[in-house]
Design a protein around this ligand. Structure first.
Ligand code: ARG
Length: 301
C-alpha cells in the first residue's frame, strides 16, 4: 500500500500516529439523480430534487478524495437509473476480485448489469478480475464491509443470507452476518463504518456503529469483535454520519454528524465534512457514493 502525505493543510492533532493509505474509488455522477420511487424511508416523493445541485455536491466529494491523494474512476451514469449515483451498491471488490451486485428492487436491477460491465471492462484494465453478477440478492458494499480480516455482512432488508454464503465461497473470505432491524438503517453502511482495516502486523481493525440498528445477537457479535469501537449516537446515525469513508486517517463523512466528528478527532482521525444534502433525499451519503476497488496484493503499489 502507498503511504500518503496529504497535500492539503489541515488542523490535525500533532503527533497523531494515524497513517493514510492511497485508495482507488469508483463513483457515478448524479446527473440523472431523482426520487421517483420509494424503496427506503428516506425517499419522499413529495420533496423536490435538484440533480444539478446534487452534481455540485458530489463533485466536492470527488475533489476531496483527489485532494487527499486518492484515485477516483467514474462510471457513465445511465438515464432512467436515478439511484446509480450510489456506487457502493454496485458490487464488492476485495483482493482484486470483483463481484457485481444483484439488486433487490426491480427499479435498481439494471444497475447490477451496468456495474458488472464496468468491473469486467475498465476494472480489468486496472488488474481486477470480474467475477460477474452475484447469483443471490446482493447490494455490494451497501451491505458488505471488509475490515481487512472478515467481511461484515448486513441482512434484514436487502442482501440475503444466501448472498453471504455466496460471498464467502466466491471471494474466499470469512463472512460475519449482522442482522439489521431499523428500516432507516436498511444497509449495513448506514449503521457501521470501518475506520481502519486489520493489517499483517497484527493491528486490529477499528469501526464505529449505532448498536440499536442491529439485533441483540448482532450487537453481541460487534461488542466482542470490536470492544473499543466508537459508539455512535442516534443523532449522528440519523444524518447518516456512519455512512463514511476512511483512508486510515481522514474520515470523509456528513458535515452534519458533529458528534462523530468529535469522537473521530478524539481517536486521532481527521474528519473531512462533506455536504451531500441532496443525495440524502435518496437515503445515501458519502459511503453510498463510493465503491472501493481493492487491488490484488501483488499489484498493490
Ligand atoms: N435509494 C437507494 C436505495 O434505497 C439508496 C442507496 C444508498 N446506498 C447505500 N450504500 N446505503 O437503494
Amino acid at each position: 500500500m502507498t503511504l500518503l502525505t496529504p497535500p492539503v493543510a489541515e488542523s490535525e492533532p500533532t503527533g497523531s500516529a494515524r497513517t493514510p493509505t492511497a485508495r482507488h474509488y469508483l463513483m457515478c455522477p448524479p446527473v440523472h439523480f431523482d426520487v421517483v420511487y420509494a424503496i427506503n424511508p428516506w425517499m419522499d416523493l413529495s420533496v423536490p430534487v435538484d440533480a444539478g445541485h446534487a452534481v455540485v455536491q458530489w463533485q466536492a466529494l470527488k475533489d476531496a478524495y483527489e485532494a487527499h491523494g486518492h484515485t477516483v474512476d467514474v462510471i457513465e451514469p445511465e438515464p432512467g437509473l436515478p439511484d446509480m449515483v450510489y456506487a457502493a451498491n454496485g458490487g464488492i471488490v476485495v483482493n482484486g476480485q470483483a463481484l457485481a451486485a444483484r439488486f433487490t428492487h426491480p427499479e435498481r436491477q439494471p444497475e447490477g448489469v451496468a456495474y458488472d460491465a464496468w468491473l469486467r471492462g475498465s476494472g480489468a484494465q486496472h488488474g481486477l478480475v470480474g467475477l460477474g453478477q452475484a447469483a443471490e440478492q446482493n447490494e455490494g458494499e451497501g451491505d458488505l464491509l471488509w475490515d481487512g480480516e472478515v467481511m461484515l455482512a448486513g441482512t434484514g432488508f436487502r442482501t440475503s443470507r444466501a448472498a453471504h454464503a455466496e460471498v464467502a465461497e466466491r471471494l474466499g473470505v470469512e463472512v460475519v452476518t449482522l442482522e439489521l432491524v431499523d428500516p432507516r438503517f436498511y444497509h449495513l453502511d448506514t449503521a457501521l463504518a470501518v475506520l481502519t482495516t486489520a493489517s499483517d502486523d497484527g493491528t486490529r481493525p477499528e469501526v464505529a456503529y449505532f448498536p440499536e440498528a442491529f439485533t441483540p445477537e448482532a450487537q453481541a457479535v460487534l461488542r466482542e469483535r470490536y470492544p473499543d469501537a466508537i459508539i455512535a449516537t442516534e443523532a449522528d446515525a440519523e444524518v447518516l454520519g456512519l455512512n463514511a469513508v476512511s483512508d486510515g486517517k481522514h474520515v470523509f463523512l456528513s458535515d452534519r454528524a458533529t458528534g462523530m466528528h468529535a469522537a473521530l478527532r478524539e481517536r486521532g482521525f481527521t474528519p473531512v465534512g462533506i455536504d451531500l444534502s441532496e443525495l440524502l433525499k435518496g437515503g445515501g451519503s458519502v459511503k453510498c457514493c463510493t465503491l472501493e476497488l481493492r487491488p490484488a496484493p501483488e499489484v498493490r503499489a
